[in-house]
Write a protein that binds this ligand. Sequence first.
Ligand code: ZN
Length: 182
Amino acid sequence: MNFCSACGATVSFRIPQGDSLPRHVCDTCGEIHYSNPKLVVGAVAEHEGKILLCRRAIEPRLGLWTLPAGFMENSETTADAAARETLEEACARIEVVDAFSMVSIPHISQVHLFYRARLPEPVFAPGEESLDVALFDEQDIPWDELAFRSVRLALEHYLADRRAGRFIFHSDDLAMEPVKSM
Ligand code: ZN
């Protein structure tokens, strides 16, 4: 950030009085511009035992499979966000059940939250951000072509809990991925 969104003057990156972390502070009007983690919300939607996945039409991870998920919007609940993202990315109307997997990813300042959901009718289609949408049996899930580690975790937790016959809440932290040699 270079300029204040309140008055247009330049900002400094410094620790405001009484604070403990550096912030973008306006040199003119004194406005403090906070930057906080973003919440990504998604859904594991099941229809007759199969799980709804989307193949990404956008970067990052274009062409890889993911659960419908995206950044939460202002003025909605997390359950609303899960349903909205599934409608946008998979053109599917789900019944949200409960949150079950939360993943903190501090190096990118994000928290990913996944809901369990039911897809009452097998009606879906690729939304703007998807190349393809499909229902997968457990044995057909494309584990080697998943877009995000939080998605892999959510799917692993979901399937393990389903096998165990009970769902619990899972909380994980992800550290930065080691750099792979090309
Ligand atoms: Zn200002």
